[in-house]
Design a protein around this ligand. Structure first.
Ligand code: CA
Length: 253
């Protein structure tokens, strides 16, 4: 008996939904916060402190759900809820600046366990790598080439400065596909948050969700993840067999 191809079910479900005959993995479009770096606890603490100081009622954990959105989008979401209006551009600028300061006051952020192994595998098998983040936070962006040497070429980055619409809009990933010169069916997206997963799936990429914090896997499945892994080390371990399966599985008629 021929053993079943790992993940054949998930891959086929994805092919059917997007009307692709196959996935031809050539580029990995990779999120930063919560994926490369274990930075989300610091971000949520900074958001919570800044908003609470403004007298805006909020919960620390709710900021996990806005992960991937631009700073402006998050500020407007809370302004609409509290004041029934968007923040002015000046308010966005000063509040995001304050949030950035509070983020920098937090203890240093570490790379996510398992992520270096994962990136090395992508590099070894010759996949192009593009960083795709809603962040414009220089304290992390400036560390990328030191923490992950020879992984991301300088021009292979999409940050909040390069797009009009942040995640969950597909624009950041579409931009990344253009940079890597690949089609949607030649891309995989690596994400840890529902808004990012939604953006990746809308852009047409095989989108992989990885739970690295309190966001439940169901939230990523509902957002359109083709497959969800329970941790970064688990994903790194399964990545070679997933890629092999992507190369093997063709849409069932
Ligand atoms: Ca993220």
């Amino acid at each position: 008996m021929i053993p079943p191809v790992p993940y054949a079910l998930e891959i086929n479900r994805f092919l059917q939904r997007h009307h692709y005959d196959r996935v031809e993995p050539k580029a990995a479009l990779i999120d930063m916060d919560g994926t490369l770096y274990d930075s989300m606890p610091n971000h949520t603490a900074a958001w919570y402190r800044m908003m609470s100081e403004q007298g805006i009622e909020c919960q620390r954990d709710e900021f996990y759900l806005y992960e991937g959105a631009t700073g402006a989008a998050t500020i407007n979401k809370l302004f609409l809820r509290a004041y029934n209006r968007n923040a002015t551009p000046e308010e966005v600028e000063s509040l995001y600046h304050l949030k950035t300061l509070y983020f920098q006051e937090q203890p240093p952020v570490k790379p996510m366990p398992g992520v270096k192994e994962m990136l090395e595998i992508l590099k070894e098998i010759g996949m192009r790598r593009v960083l795709v983040t809603g962040s414009g936070q220089n304290s992390l962006l400036n560390r990328i080439s030191t923490d992950f040497p020879d992984i991301f070429e300088t021009e292979m980055r999409v940050t909040s400065r390069d797009v009009t619409h942040g995640k969950p809009h597909p624009e950041p990933f579409i931009r990344a596909m253009q940079l890597a010169r690949v089609k949607p069916s030649q891309s995989i997206v690596i994400e840890n948050a529902p808004l990012g997963v939604e953006a990746g799936d809308k852009a047409g990429a095989f989108t992989i969700g990885i739970t690295t914090g309190p966001i439940p896997r169901k939230a990523m499945e509902d957002a359109g993840a083709a497959i969800v892994f329970d941790s970064m080390p688990e994903f790194a371990e399964k990545l070679p067999s997933l890629i092999l399966s992507l190369l093997t599985v063709i849409k069932e008629p």
